[in-house]
Design a protein around this ligand. Sequence first.
Ligand code: KG4
Ligand code: ZN
Length: 346
Amino acid sequence: MALVLGIESSCDETAAALVDGERRILAQRIASQEEAHAPYGGVVPEIAARAHAERLAPLIEGTLADARLTLADCDAIAATAGPGLIGGVIVGLVTAKALAMASDKPLIAINHLEGHALSPRLADPELDFPYALLLVSGGHCQILRVSGVGQYQRLATTIDDALGEAFDKTAKILGLGYPGGPAVEALARHGDPQAVPLPRPLMRSKDPHFSFAGLKSAVLRAHDSGQYSHADIAASFQQAAIECIADRLTRALEKMDEVTALVVAGGVAANQRVRASLEVLAAGRGLRFVAPPLALCTDNAAMIAWAGIERLGQAGFVADPLDTVARPRWPLDPDAEPARGAGVKA
Ligand code: KG4
Ligand code: ZN
């Protein structure tokens, strides 16, 4: 049975995991850099790269020791090769190359988004292709049709901010610190979601793309007006964001046939109100709703190892060459049309 070592270092988590073909996570270690970035209100790429470089090797050693395994027991080394903060991606990929070379095992370069897209199948053996995926984190905001390993159709992306980024910026405006999503959710419980009139950007527009920059600016104006409590602003922001997601997903699902499940992944999947609204939306369309455990939704190495397992299991598998380059941008669906008015985010 296949056993893969996975490495993740594309943002602010340094992580390693060992996953086997029976969906067992034999060991995993994750070192968060939250504290290092907190004073700056967001991830600082240079600090992140340095932290990955310092922590990754001992973290991998520890992960192997936890499972009482060595590299010789692994069938492949899988590492995130992009998209992400390039310094961190390089650290992970170079480490994986060195380990692959030293142990004479195949290297598998994983697209971080593919890790997220396939992670629900690690948690849920019943989840078959094709399924609809809402990927909402600090860096990504996409709707994908996942048709098979390596088969991803991107139906929507954001033309400006990712949803988690909008939560983080709202938290900053309200003085709640970083990362802001959980703090906004907690404060929103004490507020009135209808108190502050806020826009729902792109609501009912034909294409299912997202936009959150206008919502964030409206939050700033509401805050600066001094008319509303912080709790009411948090609750109204969250409500507006949830209505946008539901509307955009409804539009995207019209363009997807044969899917049997709606799956959510990414850090924002931690939000209970977001989950509840997606569950209702899925039920209304006769779809299963799948939300993997939180540790698999946020950035982790088990999803990278699992994507490696899925790739290994494909007919005609070929290892990636040792001169594979790290990619700051790497669209999962290279054929997807760019969203009109979109900035540079993939
Ligand atoms: O997937 P993730 O750990 O990292 C990447 O960005 O790839 O996602 C982190 C994002 C942050 O923007 C954070 O504020 C948001 O997910 N987040 C939440 C919640 N927990 C985390 N947003 C809303 N509500 C939450 N409970
Ligand atoms: Zn991610």
